[in-house]
Design a protein around this ligand. Structure first.
Ligand code: NAD
Ligand code: UDP
Ligand code: UDP
Length: 316
């Protein structure tokens, strides 16, 4: 049994990770400031004997005794991370420093939830880990992209300078139950719009692409990465390499929901990447992993969740 800290554990990915770690028999401490996460996401765990919840902002120091740290604290959707961009950068940078300081003192292994956004609007396709990215340092998305890039820098400097046992994963777009219904991300937006019979909002002409990974596939590879051989630091891309345009995604959602929503076109946000697809050869080779859940199956699960949420059968 490991004593595991999950920062951002009340969020979408963090709460699924807490579920999995408890199922695997670990002792889990969840630290979250509830900026975008919710108590509902972890309500079912509160009576678990090996689960502990702590309200904590990672920009402040944290003194606890753990031997593994998953650093997931950070708002992930553009609407949320642009709401208070200074706090977003602080969360990534000061948060990383504090969690790395904690890992240094406790000799814990530490995994960073990095992102495909470190590649920015990429000029190589698909993206491999060696690619350095094309990120605007002063735009609306920069607080997130550059914050995450700086966090990676800190992870590798603590590794080289203090011999920390680090793991870095670059997560590509992931979806599933417990996504925030109002976070503006494309999968949640389209599903909620289709379920309400509202128009589906396509930004730009809808020809931009993303590759969507179902949450269960992603949690599996995160756990494998944490358990991987010492010395394998990453960064490693994790995500589903099957690429779709936003128009294709809208069609799938409308068909699976079975509604009559129409498409409406809205301006493309600035710095919106044109295309994004992970090259997951490294994850396949080192972690023996590839995604198993198809977009249709994953969307069915996610639609079922949002249907219940909108009926008030589960709380957000
Ligand atoms: P989320 O917004 O649902 O979860 C983030 C969690 O962090 C929330 O519970 C929030 O309250 C908490 N948090 C935010 N700032 C904090 C702070 N200062 N101190 C403590 N807690 C704080 O987002 P998510 O989709 O679950 O993303 C989790 C992590 O994975 C993030 O680091 C994100 O950057 C990364 N990621 C996610 C995706 C994706 O597609 N979902 C893609 C790439 C990277
Ligand atoms: N820190 C923390 N928990 C710990 C140890 C350190 O939150 O258990 C924070 C502490 O606030 C410090 C930061 O991590 O500022 C970086 O720690 P490090 O040991 O690298 O640096 P130093 O303490 O020398 O500034
Ligand atoms: N998008 C869209 N309609 C929406 C929300 C988003 O067409 O209602 C587009 C957005 O412009 C982007 C893509 O969908 O091109 C993915 O957006 P999301 O915010 O989910 O993720 P990210 O841009 O961070 O990959």
């Amino acid at each position: 049994m490991n004593k595991v800290l999950v920062t951002g554990g009340a969020g979408f990915l963090g709460s699924h990770l807490c579920d999995r770690l408890l199922r695997d028999g670990h002792d889990v401490l969840c630290a979250d400031n509830f900026f975008t996460g919710s108590k509902q996401n972890i309500a079912h765990l509160l009576n678990h004997p090996y689960f502990e919840l702590m309200r904590h902002d990672v920009t402040f120091p944290l003194y606890v005794e753990v031997n593994r740290i998953f650093n997931f604290a950070c708002p992930a959707s553009p609407v949320h991370y642009q709401h208070d961009p200074v706090q977003t950068t602080k969360t990534s940078v000061h948060g990383a420093i504090n969690m790395l300081g904690l890992a240094k003192r406790t000799h814990a292994r530490i995994l960073q939830a990095s992102t495909s956004e470190v590649y920015g609007d990429p000029e190589v396709h698909p993206q491999r880990e060696e690619y350095w990215g094309r990120v605007n340092p002063i735009g609306f998305r920069s607080c997130y992209d550059e914050g995450k890039r700086c966090a990676e820098t800190l992870f590798f400097d603590y590794h080289r300078q203090h011999n920390l046992d680090i793991k870095v994963v670059r997560i590509f777009n992931t979806y599933g139950p417990r996504m925030h219904p109002n976070d503006g991300r494309v999968v949640s937006n389209f599903i909620v719009q289709a379920l309400r019979g509202e128009d589906i909002t396509i930004y730009g002409d809808g020809s931009q692409t993303r590759s969507f990974c179902y949450v269960d596939d992603l949690i599996e590879v995160i756990v494998r990465m944490m358990d991987s051989e010492a010395g394998f630091t990453g960064p490693v891309n994790i995500g589903n390499p099957v690429e779709h345009t936003m128009l294709q995604l809208a069609e799938r959602v409308i068909q699976l929901v079975g509604g009559h929503s129409k498409l409406v076109f809205r301006p493309l946000p600035s710095d919106d990447p044109r295309q994004r697809q992970p090259d997951i050869s490294l994850a396949k080779e080192k972690l023996g992993w590839e995604p198993r859940v198809s977009l249709d199956d994953g969307l069915r699960e996610t639609i079922a969740y949002f249907r219940k949420l909108l009926k008030g059968e589960v709380a957000a």
